[in-house]
Write a protein that binds this ligand. Structure first.
Ligand code: PGA
Length: 249
């Protein structure tokens, strides 16, 4: 069975609630694609107005992060229940910016992934190597380690529903996209790794995105690769170019 593409925007720390509504109004007609899941992952404060603005469209609203506890004394954090109650289905977990600036580790990523599944949320689990790691030839080893820890104690059924975003850190926000062959090589290796942890059926079902300077001009070539099931898009998700990415064919 062919995997359904999933194309997600990651707004990062951009867009006030007012701007969020205006952007969704602008992009709404451009991101119609019956054949793909289209997700806008927005800042927490934008989730409710974005949900309202996207009502009746094919746009799913996602979150950029969540905490791994149910509730309590964790000032500033968002719980999985809050996301579910707001109507969120997808949540980005372990983006490299969260790992770099907010001390997230493979272990906290794993806790968040388990918690997301417990609440019926679909995690978009990020992994990716630095330029040094790529130059040292340890990309695949590094990614396999990230994946193995992220999926600790995750069941095969849960894994089948998960989304992995392979985002080489050197390609994020730099305009330096990985070539489609480089992206495919790592996405294929991730699928092999999932097959080793679980089984062939799980490896075939899980969706793997590429992220890192995806734009309207390079999406078609990237998404045509057999192991790339869509993209996680930063900068270009805030522009009409996102419509071209969603309708990449
Ligand atoms: P970019 O960001 O598309 O701006 O490179 C991708 C991401 O960080 O998810």
């Amino acid at each position: 069975m062919a995997r359904r593409k999933i194309i997600a925007g990651n707004w990062k720390m951009n867009m006030t609630p007012t701007e969020a509504v205006a952007l969704i109004e602008e992009l709404k007609p451009l991101v119609v694609n019956e054949e793909a899941d289209v997700v806008f992952c927005v800042p927490a404060i934008d989730i409710i107005p974005a949900m309202e603005a996207a009502r009746g469209t094919n746009i799913h609203i996602g979150a950029e992060n969540m905490y791994f506890e149910e509730k309590g004394a964790y000032t500033g954090e968002i719980s999985p229940k809050m996301l579910v109650d707001a109507g969120v289905k997808y949540v980005i977990i372990g983006h490299s910016e969260r790992r770099e600036y907010f001390a997230e580790t493979d272990e906290t990523v794993n806790k968040k992934v388990l918690k997301a599944f417990e609440h019926g949320l679909t995690p978009i689990i990020c992994c990716g190597e630095s330029l040094t790691q790529r130059e040292q030839g340890i990309t695949i080893d590094w990614i396999r380690q990230q994946i193995k820890i992220a999926f600790l104690n995750v069941t095969a059924d849960q894994a089948k529903a998960a989304v992995i975003a392979y985002e080489p850190i050197w390609a994020i926000g730099t305009g330096k996209t990985a070539t489609s062959d480089q992206a495919e090589e790592v996405c294929a290796a991730i699928r092999v790794c999932i097959g080793e942890i679980y089984d062939e059926a799980t490896a075939e079902a899980i969706r793997i995105q590429y992220g890192g300077s995806v734009n309207g001009a390079n999406a078609a070539e990237l998404f045509a690769k057999p192991n790339i099931d869509g993209g996680l898009v930063g900068g270009a998700s805030l522009k009409p170019d996102f419509g071209k990415i969603v309708n990449y064919k």
